[in-house]
Design a protein around this ligand. Structure first.
Ligand code: HEC
Length: 207
């Protein structure tokens, strides 16, 4: 679900930019008639895409463990770029339109590089955090999941392949599932957070 919404979000951002780009290019070359046509044609789709973009963005933000600084930057740029693009197109102001287009592309670039780690901690875990988390993992999880997460004892899932996001993982680690033991009485919420982040990075570290 989370990954699906994430893909939908990136897709809407892409479509949104393509429509805006088309309009700006037409404006740059003074193709007034074509611009009018495109604006009319894309009016409804543009609104739907914009709404989807916002809704998926809100969903992602609410379901992420922690929102990094980049998220607020992205949101800030977006909030400024939207009115700029609307005014730019209305007043046929090339500079405004171009700047807003560049802002959208900047946001898109950020979502491409950062969205994959939407649920992950903003920065790479520091050395000490990593050893802590690793120690927890080796102590409590290795028996069933193996050193690299692929062991799969008593039906344990391959942790390198898991598509779960952080919140779901924390939930399973805390409350258990089938043969998987609940850890909420053994580990503190902080430790659960750390070990979940560690598990999330398992696949990446070995790739
Ligand atoms: C007694 C064996 C055992 C231990 C110990 C254990 N697990 Fe599990 N784990 C399982 C099993 C079995 C499943 C599959 C549960 C299911 O889907 O029915 C699982 C599933 C998971 C999942 C879900 C993966 C997915 O994609 O479905 C995560 C995440 C996970 N374990 C993390 C951990 C962490 C972190 C620890 C240590 C704190 C741990 N496990 C300790 C047996 C274990």
């Amino acid at each position: 679900m989370f990954t699906g919404i994430l893909h939908l979000h990136v897709l809407t951002v892409m479509l949104f930019i393509i429509i805006h780009l088309t309009k700006v290019v037409l404006m740059m070359f003074d193709k007034e008639e074509a611009l009018e046509k495109v604006s009319k044609m894309t009016k409804v789709p543009h609104m739907i895409i914009g709404t989807l973009l916002l809704l998926t963005g809100i969903f992602l933000a609410m379901n992420s463990g922690s929102l990094g600084q980049w998220f607020w930057m992205k949101l800030g740029v977006f909030v400024v770029a939207i009115p700029m693009s609307i005014i730019g197109l209305k007043k046929k102001n090339k500079a405004l339109s171009l700047i807003s287009l560049m802002m959208f592309i900047y946001i898109y670039g950020m979502s491409e590089t950062k969205n994959t780690s939407f649920t992950k901690n903003e920065a790479n875990p520091t050395e000490t955090q990593l050893t802590d988390a690793k120690a927890i993992y080796m102590n409590y999880c290795q028996n069933c999941h193996g050193k690299d997460g692929t062991l799969g004892l008593s039906g344990a899932a391959d942790l390198q392949e898991t598509e779960m996001h952080l919140e779901q993982m924390k939930e399973i680690i805390a409350n258990g599932k089938n043969a998987m033991i609940a850890y909420k009485n053994t580990l503190t919420p902080e430790q659960i957070q750390k070990v979940a982040e560690y598990v999330q990075n398992l696949g990446q570290r070995n790739n």
